[in-house]
Design a protein around this ligand. Sequence first.
Ligand SMILES: [Zn+2]
Ligand SMILES: [Zn+2]
Length: 342
Amino acid sequence: MKSALYEGARKIVWRDVEKPLPGKGEAVIEVRYCGICGTDLHIYHGDMDARLHIPQTVGHEMSGVIDSVGTDVSDWKKGDRVTVRPLESCGECATCRRGFTHICEKIRFLGIETDGAFAQYWKVPAKRLHRLPEGMNWRLGALIEPLAVACHDVRRGEVCRGDFAVVSGGGPIGMLVALCARQNGARVVISEINAFRRAFAEKLGFETIDPLHCELEKEVKLKNSGNGADVVFEVSGSAPGALAMTALARPRGRIVMVAIYPKPTPVDLHKFFWKELTLLGARVYEREDFEKAIALAASGTLPLEKMITKVFPLEKLGEAFQYMEQEKSAMKILIQCNGGEK
Ligand SMILES: [Zn+2]
Ligand SMILES: [Zn+2]
């Protein structure tokens, strides 16, 4: 089969590799589409080599159809339409035993610690499969994983009808968080420095703020009759974002930490104390978030197709990474791994 392999920083090679065979408890999926995640871009830049076995296939935001299953797999069969929740937890550590398998202390991410889906076929543990509804197109199927991230974030933030929410950072995840929060009945304002992304958000019907050219806190309160936000999603991963979040939340408000801050970053703890704020970490997703994402996508209520900026064929994966780096208006980039079906 064909595979696009990561060989080191900025080097993707197009190779023939052995088609995987399913072992015990495993399924081999014929991949239809696989989206490029921010994490994949970090990999492409060479920042995550320590977690990989190079040369390696990466990619985890996918849709596909089961090609074969291990002899002991009875819940799944050839032809089933699926996506994958790409987390492999140990099931034994204290965190797993508490039921939080998605933040297992020994977690392995399929497509990072194992081979990924930027290939014609992907072998995964059958336990990680989720069924896609018959009518859902394959491109939407590849958006389920990032949408599940957003579902998890919004669930952690307990967003409900009438809430005023600020999403700081309007990239693909921020945009999906905004869509899910609005779906829950919140009024959502997106703070984003990139004018292309603000324009995109406005097309989706969101109010936006450019935090570089206004006083963010003042602007947020202006929009909310003088009050701070019920819930703030910090998705920007920026130092100004971390500093602003406590200013933007109302007394007893919630802050959901979605972004990955690689190093300690200043936060105004006095505002935390003064307003009795709650900070919630939100990392990946749980089973129910995947099910929710699939149901949401299937319902057709979210403009998810608009999130797809461009589709590249598998052999152009390297080009797709470059496009994603350069194109300031890019949201989701998908790779078509097999077949001509939408
Ligand atoms: Zn992802
Ligand atoms: Zn564990």
